[in-house]
Design a protein around this ligand. Structure first.
Ligand code: SAM
Ligand code: FES
Length: 348
């Protein structure tokens, strides 16, 4: 099995069968072997640096109905909110003083924010903070919309493909959503020139090792600049409320595989990982991740953006989160840096 890891390190890819074998054959010893390699590669490109992104969850309205997601339109048990442009700019202001140089605007698919409003938001942030990057995570939009946001100044876009298997995709989403369109959106974003992030949930209902292998193969084909993976965690008001959600170890293993496959990729240790394990984000960094995305949303809306149960940091001020992360990273010998944290192409 170690030979498979060596092969992955050398060729940056395995066959589907190879990935399946590696995932099924996971042992503590193999994990150790893999982590030593992933940490070394991380060190080569990013040393002990940890990039931070200020996450602003600006709306929890969503027109979609993904079976796993707490803000899906059918959930009548949440109180919905939208942030104004002024509130978003205020969050950026707070973030800037705390050392954030990337702002991530994330939300449900909410058409109240039409293209003009989004462009205006992006443009205003870039005008006010020219040394900062703006990342958008607004779901599936047309080529024309993506282009207009890019022209307004957006630098990066996050859109997880969620699962690269057609059959599995149908088990997680209602029929109005299609994997084909999701993938097309990612290719469009790439073509426009964004730094693109994709990803998937680990341990989502019905997921098989073959599905995970498909995810890795799709990611290899797309060659994204960022990959966001985190454990699936059930939300009490969704059809998946009773599903299992304990996949921290597998998430760490996959983070390390991704580091070998895409050596200089931007790889977050996600909030979901920190939710199922109190030291999840530290473990993620030690497995090869190099990004964390603390919450910058105003504190009064934090509890309302619950994609899954027991989400961490919903009661903390942005400054507390920032301080806490600094301490956590220092405790494992890493440090948060104050810069945009752009992708480094291989060889640099
Ligand atoms: N609407 C945008 C989109 O679809 O890309 C961005 C917001 S969406 C809520 C952000 C991500 O949350 C999704 O890509 C999904 O992977 C993740 N997510 C949703 N429900 C989750 C759950 N129950 N457990 C873990 N992650 C979840
Ligand atoms: Fe909003 Fe899936 S429920 S994008």
């Amino acid at each position: 099995m170690k030979l498979l890891i060596d092969e992955l390190e050398t060729n940056k890819i395995l066959s589907k069968e190879g990935f399946v074998q590696l995932i099924i054959g996971r042992t503590p010893e193999l994990t150790q072997y893999l982590f030593e390699k992933s940490r070394k590669i991380r060190q080569k490109y990013y040393q002990k640096d940890v990039y931070i992104r200020g996450l602003i969850e600006f709306t929890n309205y969503c027109k979609n109905d993904c079976y796993y997601c707490g803000i899906r339109r059918s959930n009548r048990n949440i109180s919905r909110y939208r942030l104004t442009k002024e509130q978003i700019l205020q969050s950026c202001e707070t973030g800037y003083h705390l050392g954030f140089r990337t702002f991530v605007l994330q939300g449900g698919e909410d058409n109240t924010y039409d293209d003009d409003k989004i462009c205006d938001m992006v443009y205003s942030i870039k005008q006010k903070y020219p040394d900062c990057a703006v990342t958008l995570s607004l779901g599936e939009k047309s080529y024309k919309s993506y282009l207009s946001y890019y022209q307004a100044g957006a630098d990066r876009y996050l859109l997880r493909h969620e699962t690269a298997s057609e059959e599995h995709y149908k088990k997680l989403h209602p029929s109005e959503l299609s994997l084909e369109n999701r993938k097309q959106c990612l290719w469009n974003l790439k073509k426009i020139g964004y730094q693109v992030g994709t990803g998937f949930m680990v341990g989502s209902p019905y997921q098989t090792p073959e599905d995970l292998a498909e995810d890795l193969l799709f990611i290899h084909k797309l060659q994204p600049e960022m990959v966001g993976i985190g454990p699936f965690i059930p939300h009490q008001d969704t059809p998946f409320a009773k599903e299992r959600g304990d996949n921290g170890e597998l998430t760490l293993f996959l983070l390390a595989i991704l580091r070998l496959m895409l050596p200089s990729v931007l790889l977050p240790a996600t909030t979901a990982l920190g939710t199922i394990d109190s030291r999840g984000r530290e473990k993620g960094i030690l497995a090869g991740a190099n990004v964390v995305m603390p919450n910058l949303s105003p504190i009064n809306v934090r509890e309302k953006y619950l994609l899954y149960d027991n989400k961490i940091c919903t009661g903390d001020e942005a400054a507390e989160c920032r301080h806490c992360l600094q301490q956590r990273m220092q405790s494992i010998g890493y440090h948060v840096v104050v810069n945009r944290g752009d992708f480094k192409p291989l060889g640099e």
